[in-house]
Design a protein around this ligand. Structure first.
Ligand code: PLP
Ligand code: COI
Length: 362
């Protein structure tokens, strides 16, 4: 059922919106509306609504503020050549949101409601979806525990929120390769923990290492497995892909889902897209030693990060406490850039969609 819409009586002027769209960065500007849907133990999900974007009023004893029952998602809406707006695999985001909810002891938002919230918000804020290259409307679904009280147990009330933010490239430097820091001092996720859920706590646990990466002159942290600090898992907000060989013999390898890394939708799509382009692709464990040795022998040719926000961003240089190396010659590799173009062309409707990944919103 369609969500009710309460239009913002004071939307941004056309001039204000245009100014925001010139160089939106990532997550700095927000549209005129948001979606809110509430859940209670007695009534389940209420009808929800599209509302004017605005601050929340929360009791200081609200459970999410203390115990962090908070999950989120990230997906983007893209302007298509015919002027319509579409998003990429939102059913996969809805399914991951439900899995994250389950892991955090939260209620699962039905996929139809998730999809309807995305459709309704994008319809209300469609002027915020720019058609400039690399621009899109980033959608951020979130769910927070709203019971008031300090009891340590699953909350009996939750609010689902959806906000939207016009975005340009995630990294201001565009497709300039990033430098990464191998974190051996800290751990993001341990077996049995919440690493494969998209919950706020994972990001909170990553901040100190991200700060350390920056102190080391790196852009991003690379997380290693918690047990041996040896196997490459992912970055702070992206998965990693490794390219072995070159030309038609190139092979894409991404770290296997062991339960401690986020099953990225971009990552999964690229395993298929690489095969569509004639490359082999697979999931495997990759150790830091193999990365360094493969790089030194020339067998490992390219490395890139992938995710909704980052799209595909080449990794140019790797630094750790014990070693440091440049990936290939440090510049974006051809397979990386080919996959990046193929993915963006598909998402912006400039290439066919053989797998039915695009979902029309307007
Ligand atoms: N890993 C982490 C920790 C992330 O936050 C994200 C971003 O959502 C990803 C990987 C990539 O996931 P996706 O491709 O679904 O955006
Ligand atoms: C995304 O790419 O959607 C993310 O959620 C990554 C980061 C912004 C947290």
């Amino acid at each position: 059922m369609a969500l009710s819409v309460q239009r913002n009586p004071h939307p941004r002027s056309e001039a204000e919106r245009a100014a925001a769209l010139v160089d939106p960065g990532f997550g700095q500007f927000f549209t005129d509306h948001m979606v809110s849907i509430e859940w209670t133990a007695d009534g389940g999900w209420n009808a929800g609504a599209v509302l004017p974007y605005g601050p929340l009023s929360l009791d200081p004893a609200t459970s999410a503020l203390h115990y962090g029952q908070l999950i989120f998602e990230g997906l983007k809406a893209y302007r298509q050549p015919d002027g319509s707006i579409a998003t990429f695999r939102p059913e996969a985001n809805a399914a991951r949101f439900a899995r994250s909810a389950h892991r955090l002891g939260m209620p699962q938002l039905p996929a139809e409601l998730f999809l309807e919230s995305v459709r309704a918000l994008v319809e209300a804020d469609q002027q915020w979806v720019d058609s400039a290259p690399e621009s899109s409307l980033y959608l951020r679904p979130t769910m927070i525990a709203t019971e008031v009280g300090l009891g340590v147990r699953p909350s009996n009330a939750y609010t689902y929120l959806l906000i939207a933010s016009p975005v340009g490239p995630y990294f201001r430097s565009g497709v300039k390769p990033v430098t990464v820091w191998l974190s051996t001092e800290y751990t993001r996720a341990a077996p049995g923990g919440t690493g494969d859920a998209k919950c706020a706590g994972n990001y909170a646990a990553s901040m100190i290492a991200q700060a350390q990466a920056q102190q080391q002159g790196c852009d991003q942290v690379v997380w290693l497995d918690a047990v041996e600090h040896r196997y490459v898992e992912e970055m702070g907000g992206m998965n990693l892909c490794f390219v072995y060989g070159s030309g038609p013999d190139a092979r894409l390898v991404t770290p296997k889902l062991t339960g401690t890394l986020l099953p990225g939708i971009t990552r999964e799509s690229l395993l298929t897209l690489a095969q569509d382009l004639g490359y082999r692709s697979e999931e495997d464990m990759i150790s830091v030693e193999e990365w360094q040795a493969g790089n030194a022998s020339g067998e490992l040719t390219e490395v890139f990060a992938c995710g909704t926000g980052a799209v595909i961003t080449p990794v140019g240089h790797v630094k750790g406490a014990a070693a440091e190396w440049t990936v290939g010659d440090g510049s974006p590799g051809p397979v990386t850039m080919q996959l990046r173009k193929a993915l963006l062309d598909l998402q912006t409707g400039r290439a066919p969609d053989p797998h039915g990944w695009m979902y029309r919103l307007t």
